[in-house]
Every structure is written in structure tokens, then in C-alpha cells.
Design a protein around this ligand. Structure first.
Ligand SMILES: Nc1ncnc2c1ncn2[C@@H]1O[C@H](COP(=O)(O)OP(=O)(O)O)[C@@H](O)[C@H]1O
Ligand SMILES: [Mg+2]
Length: 150
């Protein structure tokens, strides 16, 4: 799917949020500037998060409690390559448990392959005309069915 503007990226995140539920792991992959944070902002808006969702680049993770389900927003670049980001995030002792939250991890490049648990990968790539190409890859669970209509 082609996303022409940052507004399209946010709108896509809002549509995606509609199929998300507690315990989900969503990996946003793609190079720096691909639009991962913009997509996370759309997911936050779709979940009803009231405060701004900003890049977690200088912290490992942020939790937003104001939506219909807690949103844990992680920068995996600082987390490193791990088999299950949710286990690492639980160890951070955040004010949220990943089983009760939607966990969205930015910067999945090079680490997506080794993910053990069911997850959705959302791959973003920047085209020459500055639009973004988005590709969904569900792995395990019922992801294929859940994202089929997006
Ligand atoms: N579909 C799009 N078309 C054009 N620009 C976009 C699109 N999606 C995001 N952007 C822009 O790309 C820049 C980088 O986005 P950001 O979400 O910070 O990327 P990342 O988190 O992947 O590094 C921002 O200026 C954002 O507005
Ligand atoms: Mg970012």
C-alpha cells in the first residue's frame, strides 16, 4: 500500500489500532525517517491516547495510559536485538504489563527475524517521490485474518 503523506501514515495507524488488543506485539521496521513514529502516533490516536506520542529515542520505552488499552511504545534501537521485546519491556518495570498492553516497537531492522512470539511486522520504506510503501507481515496467532481488511 502507498502512503502519500504523513497524514496518510497517521490515518493508516488509526485503522490498524482498531484491530489491536491487549497482549499484541507490533514491530515497526524500516530505516530512520521511514515514518515509524508517525505510524505510532496514528496507532495512539486510534487507541484514544490523549497526550502526544513522541519518539522514544532518548528513553527505551514510554507508556500511555489514556487510551482504551495501555500503549507501550519502545525504541528497539536502544533495547538491542532480543528474542522477545515484551519480556525485556516487562523487565524495565514500567507502570504497565505487556499482557495488558499493546506493545509497539520501532526499529525492527535486523531483529525481526529472531522474534519468537506471534507479532505483526509493519515495514515502512521511503520512495524517491517521498511517499512511503507499507507492507504488513503477520507472524503466528491470527494476524493474517485480523489485518486482511486493512
Ligand atoms: N507517508 C509519508 N509521506 C511523506 N512524509 C512522511 C510520511 N510518513 C512520515 N513522513 C515524514 O517522515 C519524517 C520522519 O518520520 P518519523 O515518523 O520520525 O520516522 P522514523 O520514526 O521512522 O525515524 C517526518 O517528517 C514525517 O512527517
Ligand atoms: Mg522514530
Amino acid at each position: 500500500m502507498r502512503l502519500s503523506t504523513v497524514e496518510d501514515t497517521r490515518a493508516f495507524g488509526e485503522r490498524l489500532a482498531a484491530v489491536l488488543r491487549a497482549g499484541d506485539l507490533v514491530i515497526l521496521s524500516g530505516p530512520l525517517g521511514a515514518g515509524k513514529t508517525a505510524l505510532a502516533q496514528g496507532i495512539g490516536a486510534g487507541l484514544g491516547v490523549a497526550e502526544p506520542v513522541t519518539s522514544p529515542t532518548f528513553v527505551i520505552a514510554r507508556v500511555h495510559h489514556s487510551g482504551r488499552v495501555p500503549l507501550v511504545h519502545v525504541d528497539a534501537y536502544r533495547l538491542g536485538a532480543v528474542a522477545d521485546p515484551r519480556a525485556e519491556v516487562d523487565d524495565l518495570d514500567l507502570d504497565a504489563s505487556v499482557d495488558e498492553s499493546v506493545t509497539v516497537v520501532e526499529w525492527g531492522e535486523g531483529m525481526v527475524e529472531q522474534l519468537a512470539d506471534a507479532h505483526l511486522e509493519v515495514r515502512l520504506d521511503r520512495r524517491e517521490d517521498d511517499s512511503r510503501e507499507v507492507e504488513l507481515r503477520g507472524s503466528g496467532g491470527d494476524w493474517e485474518r485480523r489485518v486482511a481488511g486493512l
